[in-house]
Ligand binder design. Structure first.
Ligand code: URA
Length: 314
C-alpha cells in the first residue's frame, strides 16, 4: 500500500510522493486509530490492516481499484507448500483487504472513517468485560498457580479463530496466548495462509496455565468453557481451527485422536471447525506439516481465499 522508495526519501502512497505535512498527518492518524482501537477492543498488537490503510487526498488512480481477488496460489498442490517454506518475517494482510481499503480525503482523515456496526462495538466492549471477569476467576484450582490469566490475542472481529489447549510458561508470563516456540510456528502458519498475525483471533480452551504444562482436566475445561463459548459468540468467526486433541475435545467433546479427526470438518454451534495438529506437535514431528498445510488450505478454500505465492506471505 505504501512504502519508502529509499532512505532519505519521502514515502509514496498510491503512486504519489507525500510531502512532509502529508506524512506527519498520515502518521498521526494511524497512531491515533491504533490507540483508539486498542482501547476500544482490548485487543493487542497492531491495528488490522483494513483499518490501518489511509489514503492522503484522492487521485485519479483511486478510480482504478485493483480487483479484490487474492493472488493465485503457486503452491497449492505442493505438500507442505508455504508452511514448509516458513518465512519468519512479518506477513502482509490478505490482498483482498488492501483492495477494499476506503479512500479518505485529508479533511476526512479521522477514526470516524473506521465505521463499526453497533453490534460489533457492543461485542468488543463485552469482550473487554469478559477478559476482566476472567482475570479474577477462581472457578477451578488452576487459578492458584497462575501468574496471570491468558484471554486472547488478535482481532476480535476476525473471520478466522485458532484455539489451542491452554497457556504454557511463556504465555503465563506474558499474559497472551501462543507467544512461545509453538506460538512462533503458529504465526508462520498464519503468515503462510496470507494473514497478518493480528488479523486472526487466537485463544485457548483454558485461560490459566495447568501446572507443569499438563493437559487440563475435564472439570477444568468444563468450568472454563462458558468463557470460550461467549468469546466465540462475540467474535463470531466464520471458521475455527482447533489445534490439537484437547482443543477438539473441549470444543466438540470428541475424543478419538487428532490423527483420525484432523482434516475433517466439524461444527461448533453452527461454526465450521477444522481440527488439525497442534504446533507444539509439529515442532517434534515436522513431517506432519504437510497434513496441517492441507488442512489450512481447506480452511482458506472455505473462506474463499487462496494462499499467497511462496515467499510473498512475509
Ligand atoms: N499451547 C497452547 O495450546 N496454547 C498456548 O497459548 C500456548 C501453547
Amino acid at each position: 500500500m505504501h512504502g519508502r522508495a529509499g532512505s532519505g526519501t519521502l514515502p509514496r502512497v498510491d503512486g504519489r510522493t507525500l510531502n512532509e505535512r502529508d506524512e506527519l498527518l498520515r502518521l498521526a492518524v494511524e497512531l491515533r486509530a491504533q490507540a483508539e482501537w486498542q482501547l476500544a477492543t482490548g485487543a493487542t498488537g497492531s491495528l488490522p490492516a483494513e483499518r490501518r490503510s489511509l489514503r492522503i487526498a484522492p487521485t485519479s488512480s483511486d478510480a482504478r481499484r485493483a480487483p479484490a481477488s487474492a493472488p493465485s496460489p503457486r503452491n497449492q498442490s505442493s505438500p507442505g507448500g508455504a508452511l514448509a517454506a516458513e518465512s519468519s518475517a512479518r506477513p502482509t494482510a490478505p490482498a483482498s483487504d488492501a483492495a477494499s481499503t476506503p479512500v479518505a480525503t485529508e479533511a476526512a482523515l479521522s477514526t470516524a472513517a473506521l465505521p463499526l456496526s453497533p453490534e460489533r462495538e457492543a461485542a468488543k466492549l463485552r469482550l473487554l468485560e469478559l477478559a476482566a471477569e476472567v482475570k479474577t476467576c477462581t472457578k477451578c484450582t488452576l487459578y492458584a498457580a497462575r501468574t496471570q490469566t491468558v484471554f486472547a490475542r488478535g482481532n476480535p472481529a476476525a473471520e478466522l479463530c485458532f484455539i489451542g489447549e491452554g497457556p504454557g510458561a511463556d504465555e503465563d508470563a506474558a499474559g497472551f496466548p501462543f507467544v512461545g516456540k509453538a506460538g512462533q510456528l503458529l504465526d508462520r502458519m498464519i503468515a503462510a495462509m496470507g494473514y497478518a498475525r493480528d488479523d486472526v483471533y487466537v485463544c485457548n480452551i483454558v485461560k490459566c496455565r495447568p501446572p507443569n504444562n499438563r493437559k487440563p482436566e475435564p472439570d477444568e475445561m468444563g468450568k472454563c468453557m462458558p468463557y470460550l463459548r461467549e468469546q466465540l459468540e462475540l467474535v463470531s468467526p466464520k471458521v475455527i481451527v482447533a489445534l490439537g486433541a484437547t482443543a477438539v475435545e473441549g470444543l466438540l467433546g470428541a475424543g478419538g485422536g487428532i490423527t483420525r479427526l484432523r482434516g475433517q470438518w466439524k461444527l461448533y454451534r453452527a461454526i465450521p471447525v477444522m481440527p488439525t495438529f497442534h504446533p507444539a506437535y509439529l515442532l517434534r514431528s515436522p513431517e506432519a506439516k504437510r497434513d496441517v498445510w492441507a488442512d489450512l488450505q481447506a480452511v482458506l478454500k472455505h473462506l474463499g481465499r487462496s494462499p499467497p505465492p511462496v515467499g510473498r506471505s512475509a
